[in-house]
Design a protein around this ligand. Structure first.
Ligand code: COA
Length: 264
């Protein structure tokens, strides 16, 4: 079904592995088409409860956009390439099911942007992050100027993007670009454990948390319907009161038992 991705579904966790290890999983047009399709599957398949995005091989998560596709582009073609990449990454960011990046090595350029479009990130201790586009006379085009700034702050974002500086896993942790650093061998295990905890919660509430937090950080008003984050939070808080999971959660607390959420 996919030419550049491996996928698997295990206990509700859908793992998407970018699979071009000989090219360090660089993002070409086919990868974007496949990622787009894979996210459609995530949106539509009720058996998928959460998603891990990772890279094939021991060396790279994704080493960037595929530079071989750049050389022949004119300005208009470059703009539509960036728009296509941004749209696929918005589909990841706005997904109501948790999407987590398990960064298993180089996460550069479009790879860092892909990881940042996910809801949060873990990485292995060999990971390296950076936006080295400036070395090619370019800037990030898949949301990197915006998301890196939200995640690590203006000063460090400016320094990384203007210098092309790469940072290692521990600096990424210190800058809050990733939530956890693990040994390479246990990265997927730790990511799975976190997603299992999230999957035991009320899915509608989890989806609303994603929506509200995204309004706090997404600068494109097309994705916020003109609402402030606080307005969105009031509306979403109210929506939760219309769900059976909210009644189940509060009743279970009062009855001193574990809730059994159904996503309704
Ligand atoms: N686009 C296309 N191909 C890429 C790529 C990219 N972004 N990153 C790596 N590759 C390819 C290399 O060309 C090489 O292919 P080849 O074996 O056919 O020559 C293969 O992947 C392995 O990469 P290589 O450079 O030999 O590995 P390395 O260990 O020496 O270096 C990196 C690793 C990540 C430092 C280096 O590949 C690199 O700098 N990549 C580009 C990073 C970048 O600028 N990303 C932003 C793009 S906008």
């Amino acid at each position: 079904m996919y030419t550049t991705l491996l996928t698997s579904l295990d206990n509700g966790i859908f793992t998407i592995t970018i699979n071009r290890p000989d090219k360090l999983n660089a993002l070409n047009k086919e990868v974007f088409n496949d990622l787009d399709k894979a996210m459609d599957e995530v949106y539509s398949n009720a058996d998928i409860k959460s998603v891990i995005v990772t890279g094939a091989g021991p060396k790279a998560f994704v080493a960037g956009a595929d530079i071989t596709e750049f050389s022949s582009l004119n300005k208009e073609e470059a703009m539509s390439l960036a728009k296509r990449g941004q749209d696929v990454f918005f589909k990841i960011e706005n997904c109501h099911k948790p999407v987590v990046a398990a960064v298993n090595g180089f996460s550069l350029g479009g790879g860092c942007e892909l990881a940042m479009a996910c809801h949060f990130r873990l990485c292995s201790d060999n990971a390296k992050f950076g936006q080295p586009e400036v070395n090619l006379g370019l800037i990030p085009g898949y949301g990197g100027t915006q998301r890196l700034t939200h995640l690590i702050g203006k000063g460090k974002s400016m320094e990384m993007q203007m210098s092309g500086l790469l940072i290692d896993a521990n600096e990424a942790l210190q800058l809050k670009l990733v939530n956890y650093v693990t040994p390479f061998e246990t990265l997927l295990e730790k990511t799975t454990a976190i997603l299992q905890t999230i999957q035991s919660k009320a899915p509608i509430a989890v989806g609303k948390i994603i929506e509200c937090i995204n309004v706090a950080i997404v600068s494109d008003s097309a994705y916020t319907n003109g609402k402030t984050g606080f307005e969105k939070e009031i509306e979403s808080f109210g929506d939760c009161f219309n769900t059976s999971d909210m009644k189940e959660g509060t009743t279970a607390f009062l009855e001193k038992r574990k809730p059994n959420f159904k996503g309704q």
